[in-house]
Design a protein around this ligand. Structure first.
Ligand SMILES: Cc1cc2nc3c(=O)[nH]c(=O)nc-3n(C[C@H](O)[C@H](O)[C@H](O)COP(=O)(O)O)c2cc1C
Length: 305
C-alpha cells in the first residue's frame, strides 16, 4: 500500500471537524436564540470576524476590505477583530462603528508594540491583543513585511495586560500549557488557533479545546476558537466542545471580495441561521446551554486521515 504523509494543519483540521457528528433531539424543542453575552456586552451571535490584515480596496470602492468587513460587524452586532496594520488604518476601522479588538503583531520593536496598543486604547478599541503564534519563521525569528518579530516572555505579556484597562486577548494558543500561562498572567481571552496552519501537523483547535476548557475551569478567561470555521454547524461544534465563541476566517473572503459589507452581512447571516437551526434541532434554546451531549466524537486513536 502506498504510504502518504499529510502535514497540512488546515487539511487535518477540516477532516477532524467533519468527523464530529450530531444527534437530533426534537421532542419539546423550540426555535433557538443565538444571542450571547460576553465581555459584559450582548452580541447577536457567538460568531466573530477574523483578525485579518492586508485586504485592499475593491475596484471602485473607497474602503479597504478590512473596513468593509468591520462595517458589517458593526451592523450585525458581532465582535470585530483586525490584525497587522498601522495606526491610521486602525482609526478608520474604529470609525466604522465596529467594536473592535486590535491584534498587534509580536514586533521585536517594543516601542511599536506599546505605541500600537496605546493608540488602540485612545482611539476607542474594544480590546487589544497579540498573535503569539507569529514569532518564528523557517530561518529563526520571522520578518513580516519588513518588520522583525520576537519571542514574548510571560513577563512581557503580563506588562501588556497591566498596561491597559481593556480586555487583553492572546491569539494562537494551542496547548494547555500556554492556556494556563495566559490565565496566570491575567489575560481576558484566548483564541485557540493555528493561524491557518502555520505549524505543520498542528492539532485541530477543536481537538484540544476540551482539554483547555477543563484546565481553565474556574478561571476568568473566555475561550474563542478559529481555523476552518465557515458554517453555523462549525460554530455549534466549537461551542459544544468548550468555546465561548468562534471566529470565521478565509471562509468569509469570497463574500467580502464579491459584495463587500453586504456580502459579509449575508455570509454571517447564513452562519447565524444555520447555528439557530442546529441548536433548535439538538434541543438547545440558548447559547449558554450548549454542551457536548449531542456530539458524536470520533475515537481519537482511530481518527483516520
Ligand atoms: C489575508 C489574511 C491576513 C491575516 N492577517 C492576520 C494578522 O494580521 N494577525 C493575525 O493574528 N492573524 C491574521 N490572519 C489569520 C486569521 O486571523 C485566522 O487566524 C486564520 O485565517 C484562521 O484560519 P482559517 O482562515 O482557516 O479560518 C490572517 C489571515 C488571512 C487569510
Amino acid at each position: 500500500m502506498e504510504s502518504r504523509r499529510i502535514s497540512d494543519a488546515n487539511y487535518i483540521t477540516a477532516r477532524y471537524m467533519d468527523s464530529i457528528l450530531l444527534r437530533e433531539r426534537l421532542i419539546d424543542s423550540v426555535v433557538a436564540d443565538t444571542s450571547v453575552t460576553l465581555f459584559d456586552e450582548t452580541w447577536s451571535m457567538p460568531v466573530m470576524t477574523p483578525a485579518f490584515s492586508h485586504l485592499p480596496k475593491r475596484e471602485g470602492h473607497a474602503m479597504t476590505g478590512l473596513e468593509e468587513y468591520s462595517a458589517a460587524a458593526a451592523q450585525l452586532g458581532v465582535l470585530n477583530f483586525v490584525g497587522m496594520m498601522e495606526n491610521d488604518l486602525f482609526a478608520r476601522i474604529v470609525a466604522t462603528g465596529a467594536k473592535t479588538v486590535r491584534i498587534v503583531k509580536p514586533y521585536a520593536d517594543h516601542g511599536k508594540v506599546v505605541d500600537q496598543m496605546q493608540f488602540a486604547e485612545e482611539a476607542g478599541a474594544f480590546g487589544i491583543g497579540m498573535d503569539i503564534d507569529h514569532i518564528f519563521g523557517e530561518q529563526g525569528l520571522d520578518v513580516v513585511i519588513g518588520e522583525q518579530m520576537a519571542v514574548k516572555t510571560s513577563a512581557m505579556i503580563r506588562k501588556y495586560v497591566e498596561s491597559t484597562r481593556l480586555p487583553f486577548f492572546v491569539k494562537g494558543v494551542l496547548s494547555v500549557e500556554d492556556a494556563v500561562k495566559c490565565a496566570d498572567l491575567g489575560v481576558s481571552a484566548i483564541i485557540v488557533s493555528h493561524h491557518h496552519g502555520r505549524l505543520p501537523y498542528a492539532v485541530p483547535p477543536m481537538m484540544v479545546l476540551p482539554e483547555i476548557k477543563e484546565a481553565l475551569r474556574g478561571r476568568d478567561v473566555r475561550i474563542i476558537v478559529d481555523c476552518g470555521i465557515g458554517s453555523g454547524a462549525d460554530v455549534y461544534k466549537a461551542l459544544a466542545l468548550g468555546a465561548d465563541a468562534a471566529a470565521v476566517g478565509r471562509s468569509m473572503l469570497p463574500s467580502l471580495e464579491k459584495d463587500g459589507t453586504e456580502g459579509v452581512k449575508a455570509f454571517l447571516g447564513g452562519v447565524q441561521n444555520e447555528l439557530r437551526f442546529v441548536m433548535s434541532c439538538t434541543g438547545f434554546a440558548h447559547v449558554s446551554e450548549i454542551d457536548d451531549s449531542c456530539l458524536c466524537l470520533p475515537q481519537r486513536a482511530f481518527f483516520a486521515l
